[in-house]
Design a protein around this ligand. Structure first.
Ligand SMILES: *Cc1c(COP(=O)(O)O)cnc(C)c1O
Length: 497
């Protein structure tokens, strides 16, 4: 299986090259030349297998230059080394109204990002070897909170790698900040940026594509790669968990073969929901995809109008991992849905960069609306939903997941037909403890650790160990830089200034 750039179809690289490079040199994203399809027998063959075994078989379809043994080793290291707190890796919870929550946050940093970032370092170090490059990999990551910590946890002390994470100074929850500032490991570095997530992401993208910077690294035996969801190595593990969730629902008798369900995904960078779309193309019977946003509703507007317009105010919300105005992975969807029209993609994304917006034709918008709908929810609605779900079910959901539940219930209320509803649950509620405690009527006038305790006594849900133990960890990183200082900072910390 070869991979093309969304901005140049003539470019064709192996999966190892796509993963090692992270982003194509022309600024495009790597996409598979075709999407493998699974039959009922293929799904049946995945029943009864452990998550790691299922994953290894599914990875084989996309990462064709990896051997079976390599893939099994990668999935074993990622999913069976004890870093996930449940042996199933992912769990499905059912609410009283019958809707199901696909809990993707049982990994070491308590957000769904672990599902991909526990395995990406294994893919990446092997990919680098396969491509014959003998350089140290420098992972540069912009984060709205969860990617950063999950990437740090994944790459910590991985030989041949260094990782630097930039987060918006005031754009993450206090628990997210703690998690990053206390990160252990010899090869890690964390820095706050004055600005929002898009400023961080733009700063990182500028460094990536700066030829002088690339030369400075190469001269010192290093090269950049990315742990953001623009890296294909992040997306495949996400496709895998949707396929695996379907197989689990078949196993449990929740669904019959081919029985369609609706999937709702709380969305920011469009990575998670795009993975679900790929799973649908592979044969997972997803009737419709609901794209849930907070008031940074650029995607809801895009799906409704066909105009993507990032020129708007940025809002900090209680679901900070979705505070994003540039949803990078939409580029992949548009590439596939335009019949791989790379020239058109180049034009739209140049317009986005230069003018801040682009518009797709009505015909394409209609096809997107046939598969996706979007809705957005403010902080009040989000917190009210956390309170309601807790009151009805005794179930605690995090702020991002609650945005998803709002969107799912709204979809069901207005849909002409009834289908089973699966909602991606993207974070452990303790990660956004203050907002969640407030939502269930608790007193939040306390520090972040007292909030964990209060949430536990009020909800009865166990504090995750990974968060409880932060209290005793020293803060290692408290640098803050402006966006234009990022290149110099990177050079200085790599020792190549
Ligand atoms: C990253 C994240 C999201 C958004 O996922 P995308 O793949 O960026 O769309 C939603 N919820 C949580 C908790 C996250 O960490």
């Amino acid at each position: 299986m070869l991979y093309h750039s969304t901005r140049n179809k003539a470019l064709a690289v192996s999966s190892a090259e796509a993963i090692a490079q992270g982003i194509a040199a022309d600024g495009g994203l790597f996409v598979p030349e075709s999407i493998p399809e699974l039959t009922a027998a293929d799904f049946d063959a995945l029943k009864g297998l452990s998550y790691a075994e299922r994953a290894a078989r599914l990875f084989k379809l996309y990462l064709t230059d990896f051997t079976d043994e390599e893939l099994r080793e990668c999935t074993k290291n990622a999913y069976e080394s004890g870093s996930f707190e449940t042996p199933n890796v992912q769990e499905i919870a059912t609410l009283a109204d019958g809707s199901m929550l696909l809990e993707l946050w049982h990994g070491p940093t308590c957000a769904f990002k672990d599902m991909a970032l526990q395995i990406l370092p294994h893919f990446l170090t092997r990919s680098i070897k396969k491509t014959g490059i003998d350089r140290e990999v420098v992972i540069l990551t912009a984060t709205s909170g969860d990617t950063g910590k999950a990437a740090l946890a994944g790459f910590k002390d991985v030989p041949g790698t260094k990782i630097m994470v930039f987060y918006p100074e005031d754009g993450v929850s206090s628990m997210q900040k703690r998690q990053m500032q206390t990160q252990e490991g010899e090869n890690v570095r964390v820095c706050a940026v004055k600005g929002n997530f898009d400023d961080c992401q733009n700063g990182v993208k500028a460094i990536f594509t700066d030829p002088d910077m690339q030369k400075a690294l190469a001269d010192n035996g290093m090269q950049f790669s990315s742990a953001n969801s623009i890296n294909w190595g992040r997306l495949v593990p996400q496709i895998v968990y949707y396929v695996s969730a379907y197989v689990t629902m078949l196993e449990k008798g929740i669904l019959d073969h081919g029985q369609r369900f609706v999937l709702t995904v709380p969305t920011g960078n469009f990575g998670n929901i795009l993975a679900a779309w790929y799973a649908k193309q592979m044969g997972v019977p997803i009737h419709h995809l609901v794209c849930a946003s907070n008031i940074n509703k650029v995607l809801t507007d895009f799906i409704d109008t066909g105009v993507y317009d990032r020129k708007r105010d940025f809002h900090a919300t209680v679901s900070p991992s979705m505070d994003i105005l540039i949803s990078s992975n939409l580029e992949r969807l548009l590439y596939h849905m335009t019949g791989e029209d790379d020239a058109q993609i180049r034009a739209w994304f140049t317009a986005l960069k230069e003018d801040g917006s682009y518009q797709i034709p009505v015909e394409l918008r209609n096809r997107i609306q046939a598969e996706f709908s979007g809705s957005f929810w403010n902080d009040e609605a989000t917190k009210a939903m956390i309170g309601k779900v807790f009151a009805e079910n005794g179930y605690l959901s995090d702020t991002h997941t609650a945005v998803g539940i709002c969107a799912a219930r709204d979809y069901i209320a207005n849909a002409p037909e009834v289908y089973p509803m699966l909602i991606a649950s993207t974070a452990n509620p303790y990660k956004f403890g203050a907002a969640v405690l407030e939502a269930i009527g608790g007193d939040t006038d306390a520090d972040e650790y007292e909030i964990l305790d209060r949430l536990q006594s009020k909800s009865g849900m166990q504090i995750p160990k990974a968060l409880a133990e932060l209290k005793t960890k020293a803060v290692r990183f408290n640098d803050v830089v402006a966006q234009d200082e990022m290149p110099a900072y990177v050079k200085e910390k790599l020792g190549i200034a």
